[in-house]
Design a protein around this ligand. Structure first.
Ligand SMILES: [Ca+2]
Length: 213
């Protein structure tokens, strides 16, 4: 039985190492409960600012949302949030944006784009959101296929715009943004090692306890 436990520990460590390489835990970048600062785990080393047309974006701390247009007053041309990382981060392989298009007509679509500025280049992914989405949607922007390898993330831009040729009003609310980082290979090795050591130490403890009895 004991040897099975040991084998299981070893298998678990292999599993942990391989799943860690595929970027695992969501890390909160911003939840919009603070007007000036970000309030996620990146808070000490990220600065949030705005891009696009003046007054087009605001942080509604009561609702805990970022709103990338004023309410039905202005036809947006382009509006966005910018996150500058210092020190720069390991590549975030994936960005999850929880957002909804607040317009009541389903035909009032808007384009939500996430742009990652890295030491290896700039990568942009976008999705067209229909209007009339009453609840926040989890929108997945996966950069792994685009970038192909690990680069260092310097800046992240989340923007909202009209589709090509589009007219009318567009309202976007973002509830939160999560980043999924790829751990460095050294970190992955340490996770695997810690797991194996834990398994072996547990095996020795059980063996010693059995001897005493
Ligand atoms: Ca929120």
């Amino acid at each position: 039985m004991r040897i099975f436990g040991l084998i299981a520990s070893a298998l678990l460590s292999v599993f942990v190492a391989s799943s860690a390489s595929a970027n695992v835990i969501p890390l909160l970048l911003d939840n919009y409960t603070q007007a000036v600062n970000t309030d996620g785990v990146f808070h000490p080393n990220v600065v949030r600012s705005f891009s696009g047309f003046s007054g087009g974006a605001n942080i509604n701390t009561g609702a805990g949302e970022a709103r990338l247009t004023t309410d039905n007053l202005v036809t947006p041309t382009f509006s966005g949030l910018v996150y500058d990382f210092s020190p720069h981060r390991d590549l975030c392989a994936r960005v999850m944006v929880y957002a909804r298009n607040r317009q009541t007509s389903a035909t009032e679509t808007g384009v939500l784009a996430v742009r990652a500025v890295t030491t290896g280049g700039t990568y942009t992914l976008s999705q067209t959101l229909p209007g009339n989405t009453p609840t926040m949607q989890a929108l997945d922007f996966d950069f792994t296929a685009l970038s192909g390898q690990l680069w260092t993330l310097q800046r992240l831009e989340v923007t909202w715009d009209l589709p090509a040729g589009g007219t009318g009003l567009r309202g976007l609310a973002i509830d939160k943004i999560d980043l999924y980082e790829v751990p460095e290979p050294a970190t992955i090795a340490l996770i695997g090692l810690a797991s194996s050591c834990g398994g072996f130490a547990g095996y020795r403890r059980r063996k010693l306890a059995a001897k005493k009895n």
